[in-house]
Ligand binder design. Structure first.
Ligand SMILES: C[S@@+](CC[C@H](N)C(=O)[O-])C[C@H]1O[C@@H](n2cnc3c(N)ncnc32)[C@H](O)[C@@H]1O
Length: 278
């Protein structure tokens, strides 16, 4: 039986140019995300699943729901459906080598790092393992890694800290042994679970980078990798200025290797691909 308002022809639900424009405006105004023309097919395919789930018959009804729902939960679901959360442990590994060899040796106080757009947690847990390797041990240092994302769904995975074994091939065996517990889930699937030595270093929180930021910094390093690629130039410009303000002098900004600050006005000094220093 179908819910009221649903249609048997639902799969053919149309996305008009006006509806597409309304979606791109919402994405841009509330999340800074730029959705290019030509993505209509992708938007229709991905959001049709949301319409189906909510029992709505067309995109006008869906957009009214997204705009009026006070908790903004469906807006977050919409962003989730339209962006990629692709990430992995030790992704773009030269950044972690750089932190270990060129940043960490010069830190002598508390260590503060922000993973902005952390997705399902692989990036901040990688940072946590690196920090444990460098600063752990008997004279353990005060290390805090803030990890934020706009998406509830990825943050739930990140907080759970449980990953399938085949997602962890890039993690060195010695680190797996020290910081992860292997177990079988009820389904028989083998997983690794983050141990307290990692969990206590990382604080996960929901944060839309377009909104107010509650933290004051200063940070020793900010990683905003493979996130700004979704944003238009004006939004990138604002973000880079806000990152500058939250970094301590000598603090580092890391962006994704397919991103750069080229074309933006900023005061950072370029260090190596996708690494900048204040
Ligand atoms: C491709 S993932 C990058 C993950 C990780 N930084 C990496 O490089 O592996 C991009 C993440 O940015 C998040 N994101 C997109 N727009 C955002 C916004 N306005 N505020 C906060 N996070 C956002 C997405 O939810 C997604 O998890």
């Amino acid at each position: 039986m179908t819910a009221p308002g649903t249609s048997a022809l639902f799969a053919e639900c149309e996305l008009t140019a006006t509806q597409f424009a309304r979606i791109t405006r919402l994405l841009h105004d509330h999340a800074g995300i730029r959705m290019r023309e030509g993505k209509e097919g992708l938007v229709r395919a991905r959001l049709t699943k949301r319409l189906r789930k909510l029992g709505l018959s067309d995109f006008d009804a869906y957009l009214t729901f997204v705009e009026q729902e006070p908790s903004r939960r469906e807006f977050a679901e919409m962003i989730d459906a339209l962006t990629t959360n692709k990430t992995s442990f030790l992704r773009e590994a030269t950044h972690f080598d750089f932190l270990r060899d060129a940043v960490f040796p010069h830190l002598d106080g508390p260590v503060r790092i922000w993973s902005a757009g952390c997705s399902s947690g692989e990036e901040p847990y990688t940072l946590a393992m690196l920090c444990q390797e460098t600063f752990g041990g008997s004279s353990a240092r005060d290390v805090k890694i803030l990890a934020t994302d706009i998406s509830h769904r990825v943050l739930a995975t990140a907080k759970a800290g449980v990953y399938p074994v085949d997602g962890m091939q890039d993690v060195p065996a010695a680190w797996l042994q020290k910081y992860w517990a292997k177990r079988s889930e009820a389904t028989g699937r083998a997983v690794y679970e983050a141990q307290p030595a990692l969990r206590r270093l990382v604080h996960f929180a929901k944060l839309n980078l377009m909104e107010q930021w509650p933290m004051r910094g200063p940070f020793d390093a900010i990683l905003c990798r493979n996130v700004m690629i979704y944003f238009d130039k004006a939004t990138q410009q604002q973000l880079v200025e806000r990152y500058w303000a939250l970094l301590r002098p000598g603090g580092h900004l890391f962006v994704g290797h397919s991103e750069s600050l080229t074309g933006l006005t900023h005061r950072f000094r370029y260090v190596q691909p996708a690494v900048y220093v204040k």
